[in-house]
Design a protein around this ligand. Structure first.
Ligand SMILES: [Zn+2]
Length: 339
């Protein structure tokens, strides 16, 4: 019997990482996992799982290979330089395979992604008032020509989030998605230039991996996939815009010397819709990762919507007791291997 769970079958755990934080420098101001926590988590993972290559999951789904017990794939998004400087040596040292998903506009064009601009604007703003004032001014200008009023925006978005006080939560939401694109982007650029740096290229060079660094990791056996061009949420775009964003993202493959077919993709913010799936299928994408927190079922028809758990879902100490996710992975393993 293949499985006791009916719709079950073999699963893999895919873990999502962004920044592993150094003690100093630009990346230290971003949210992320501290180096020692990453080291502890890597040990925990190696104690309870078998790290495998991302493409092994596709091979297994297509019946080309069987997977090691409790397979895990480590994935690193957005192409931060710390992934090459801190993570890559630790992976090499422990012979742990992993997959990296840099964004094309940052790695190739020297642009800082909007998500990082917003993080950096907030990181340098001890006083958030000037940022709110700038947002208010942009909102008032829009309201004059029939846009949403300041009061309406505040009513909807000036509320605390799980992590942030109302004012910070408001700034994040307004800059991330609440304001219309044509207002949001120039406003982010103005704030970034005024508060963080007038030299975007220099910031990008410090914050992200270069093409050479990514190529080096690929040559050392790491998987490299496409993630985004400008890191836009695909479902917010027209089909044509999605096409532009996806094809822009595939420039990462060209830069590393990988073919534009049977590649791995990772949706920005985990967001996709039917257009995204069709576009990826027509480009013969082999597998794609979301941010839906779950174990990934190893089956052909779920390869373009692979769920991933977050680094925060696993312990950061090597001697920690197996948590819920780890116990589930072990249970699925037993069920799918039971003769
Ligand atoms: Zn991303």
């Amino acid at each position: 019997m293949r499985s006791l769970t009916g719709s079950g079958g073999p699963t893999a755990t895919i873990v999502m990482y962004h920044v592993v934080r150094p003690a100093s420098g630009l990346a230290a101001t971003l949210k992320g996992l501290d180096v020692e926590a990453f080291r502890g988590q890597l040990e925990y993972i190696r104690a309870h799982y078998t790290p495998v290559n991302l493409f092994d999951l596709a091979d297994a789904a297509e019946g080309l290979r069987s997977l090691a017990p409790r397979p895990v794939v480590l994935t690193f998004d957005d192409g931060y330089a710390v992934q090459r400087e801190i993570v890559f040596p630790m992976l090499c040292e422990t012979r742990t395979p992993a997959a990296f998903f840099p964004a094309a506009s940052s790695m190739i064009d020297g642009r800082v992604l909007d998500i990082n601009k917003i993080q950096l604007i907030l990181a340098v703003s001890r006083d958030i008032e000037p940022v709110i004032t700038a947002i208010d001014r942009a909102v008032d200008r829009e309201a004059e020509t029939g846009g949403v009023s300041r009061a309406e925006y505040r009513r909807q978005w000036w509320i605390p989030s799980r992590w942030d006080a109302p004012a910070v939560a408001y700034v994040k939401r307004m800059l991330q998605h609440a304001l219309p694109e044509r207002v949001r982007r120039p406003l982010i650029d103005d704030l970034f230039r005024g508060l963080v740096s007038a030299d975007e290229r220099a910031v990008a060079a410090e914050l992200y991996m270069s093409v050479d660094a990514v190529r080096e990791m690929h040559q050392a056996g790491m998987s490299i996939g496409a993630h985004a061009d400008r890191h836009l949420r695909l479902p917010t775009l027209s089909r044509h815009e999605q096409e532009t964003e996806i094809d822009g993202a595939l420039r990462v493959l060209d830069a590393v010397g990988l073919p534009r077919h049977r590649f791995a993709f990772c949706y920005a913010n985990g967001d996709y819709d039917n257009d995204s799936l069709e576009l990826l299928r027509s480009r013969r994408c082999r597998l794609a990762c979301t941010t839906q927190p779950d174990l990934a079922r190893i089956t052909r028809n779920e390869l373009l919507t692979l769920p991933r758990i977050d680094t925060n879902d696993l312990p950061v100490r090597s001697d920690a007791e197996p948590n819920e996710w780890t116990r589930r992975a072990a249970l699925n393993d037993r069920l799918s291997n039971d003769p």
